[in-house]
Design a protein around this ligand. Structure first.
Ligand SMILES: *Cc1c(COP(=O)(O)O)cnc(C)c1O
Length: 242
């Protein structure tokens, strides 16, 4: 069975090939290795293979895992952020939070960042397929709220993120990636703001996302293997209530 280093190498090859197909530079695509449910040993194995950027989807798990890993690991929060976890999340100093999914959340993050003397970098999560069960701004609501979002002065809005419906075929995701890019282009023109980051694509469809402009791909399974039934908790699980 291939190890984490082998799988990382395959992912890098696939990123390079997808970027080349789209006439893009592979260096413009950042690989976020999604380490949720993975034990620190697996993250360390990836670090030793040269991967330094990791994505966690829960604040409590990240909080427990981050101190167990060397400082050269960089972290992104990619999962839904509950309002009562904002303070914890900001204290962890994620390089980027991908999942700001409502105006109210953005407003609360800005307020708490102000109190804490921080200036977090954020992406706005868009519900590209209009799924009732999904977090994220419906595209038209994002346009309507953009002015107010830009007025929040303790946050840096860096771009957009999406998590399209689970697709049977990777190609089925393409239209959603195109929609996210077009929405980004439109917001940039309409509101005269740079939104350089597009976080889109996971293990099943990251090469398609890169063809459509992804600058951040969030890849877990293709690097770490199947997560089915996996969870990770620190041995001394104190305060681990999530
Ligand atoms: C788990 C997760 C991923 C990675 O999924 P894989 O299919 O394992 O690559 C990407 N993005 C988010 C938001 C996730 O929660």
């Amino acid at each position: 069975m291939p190890g984490i280093a082998d799988r990382l190498a395959l992912v890098h090859d696939a990123i390079a090939a997808a970027a080349a197909r789209a006439g893009r530079v592979a260096a413009d695509v950042q690989l976020v290795a999604v380490s949720k449910t993975q034990p620190p040993e697996a993250v360390l194995e990836a670090l030793d293979a040269g991967q330094t950027l990791f994505g966690e989807n829960r604040v409590q798990e990240a909080k427990a895992k981050m101190p167990l890993l060397p400082g050269r690991a960089r972290w992104h929060l990619i999962g839904h952020l509950q309002k009562n976890k904002i303070r914890h999340a900001l204290a962890l100093n994620f390089d980027l939070i991908h999942s700001i999914d409502s105006f109210e959340l953005a407003r609360d993050v800005s307020r708490i960042a102000d109190e804490a003397g921080l200036f977090p970098r954020l992406l706005l999560e868009v519900n590209v397929a209009g799924e009732g069960t999904k977090f994220g701004f419906p595209p038209e609501r994002l346009r309507a709220q953009m002015e107010e979002l830009l007025a929040l002065d303790r946050i840096a809005l860096d771009g957009l993120m999406c998590l399209p419906p689970l697709a049977l075929r990777a190609e089925d995701s393409r239209k959603y990636f195109v929609a996210l890019r077009e929405l980004r282009d439109r917001l940039q023109t309409e509101f005269r703001v740079p939104l350089p980051q597009l976080s889109m694509g996971m293990s099943g469809d990251y090469t398609i996302a890169i063809e459509e402009g992804a600058t951040l791909v969030r890849v877990g399974t293709a690097i770490f293997g199947e997560r089915a039934g996996k969870t990770w908790k620190p041995v001394a699980g104190e305060g681990f209530d999530d």
